[in-house]
Design a protein around this ligand. Structure first.
Ligand code: PMP
Length: 359
């Protein structure tokens, strides 16, 4: 094992070292209580303080307005593919979805179980190399909402401006939440699995405008109604206590780093280092069109399969872990989430330049 390892996994992904060290202590003995964080009741005062602080930090960092609820749910981001239409879309109503990758595709499939779905834009035919720019599509004015995936983890594309439409926005922000400022008030609902930018897997963050809670029909099972969890402050049943705790620790760290404005600056710095290498030679080919490039997931290929195998071998030897691209796309993907150290990206960029020269 190399001395220093850089974790480029797409999720679960790198977390701040100091958070991991603190968690190791808190698992054994939380706040000198003589009990670990994963063995205390979710109704204890100690855990109530944890979940309340975590919510307060998310509200502060993202600027969540007072008329929105912040929920901690289970079932992964994938459960939101059906929970969103189950709660917000009636059978005879229409919702619009922008199809920019595998995760929007899955969400579209689920939404069709509940109502009419229109897809005013899809980049599927061209291999999901881009997201639409303003004016490239029109949204049916009857749409209950316009759904999109702000960052496409697999393909390495990202919306750099939020869609401009009169329709209510709903977004899957699983892989770029809290990496840049967002005007939450433009959204009806935002959700994100924790395991990329904000903490350990096992919890999904949902931010929902309060007036939408009552839209759900009575036939939806209790656990699957947002209002159930909103009314119980995410303590309707046992929440994933360790994951919520982990998100709270990452939020403290994020605040101390300077919040989302600092994360935004850093993520641009990190990804530019790699895009500059990709653009400076014909050796690497970026998957995404330039205007759609993601600051979170940098995707690229090499000229031949043999060179890709060599690149994978040598990067792994150097301690660059998790660079293999998603199985649907092949090639490579460097995931550069909030906790990723800048110097690790600089080292990878240097390695990539040398590798291109030598090969
Ligand atoms: N949406 C996006 C944008 C993702 O990247 C992922 C997972 N990588 C998912 C949804 C699905 O998340 P989960 O595995 O938590 O269901």
């Amino acid at each position: 094992m190399p001395e220093q390892v850089y974790n480029f996994y797409a999720g679960p992904a790198v977390l701040p070292k100091q958070v991991l060290k603190q968690a190791a202590l808190d698992i054994v003995d939380f706040n000198q209580s003589g009990m670990g964080i994963i063995e205390i009741s979710h109704r204890s005062q100690a855990f109530t303080a944890v979940i309340q602080e975590t919510e307060a930090l998310i509200r502060e960092l993202l600027g969540v307005p007072g008329h929105y609820k912040v929920l901690f749910l289970q079932g992964g981001a994938s459960s939101q593919f059906f929970m969103v239409p189950m709660n917000l879309l009636q059978k005879d109503r229409v919702a619009s979805y922008l199809n920019t990758g595998v995760w929007s595709n899955k969400a579209i499939r689920e939404a069709r179980l509940f109502g009419q779905v229109e897809v005013p834009y899809s980049s599927e035919a061209t291999g999901f190399t881009r997201v639409p720019q303003h004016g490239e599509y029109t949204v049916n004015p009857k749409s209950e909402y316009l759904y999109f995936v702000s960052n496409n983890t697999v393909y390495g594309t990202q919306f750099h401006a939020m869609p401009e439409t009169d329709a209510m926005l709903v977004a899957d922000m699983s892989s770029d939440i809290l990496s840049r400022p967002v005007d939450v008030s433009r959204f009806g609902l935002i959700y994100a699995g924790a395991q990329k930018n904000i903490g350990p897997a096992g919890v999904t963050l949902v931010i929902i405008r309060e007036d939408l809670l009552e839209r759900v029909s009575e036939s939806v099972p209790t656990m699957l109604q947002y209002r159930t969890h909103a009314a119980a402050d995410s303590l309707f049943n046992t929440p994933p206590v360790f994951s919520v705790y982990g998100v709270g620790q990452v939020m403290r760290w994020l605040r101390d780093q300077g919040g989302v404005a600092a994360m935004d600056r850093l993520s641009k710095q990190r990804s530019s280092l790699l895009y500059e290498v990709i653009d400076s030679t014909d050796f690497y080919r970026g998957h995404a069109e330039k205007a759609s490039r993601s600051a979170m997931n940098v995707t690229f290929t090499l000229p031949t399969r043999e060179l890709e195998e060599k690149f994978l071998r040598e990067t792994t030897e150097q301690g660059f872990i998790g660079l293999k691209g998603h199985r649907l796309l092949g090639g490579f993907r460097a995931s550069l989430y909030n906790a990723f150290p800048l110097e690790g990206v600089a080292k990878l960029a240097e390695f990539m330049q040398a590798f291109a020269r030598k090969n």
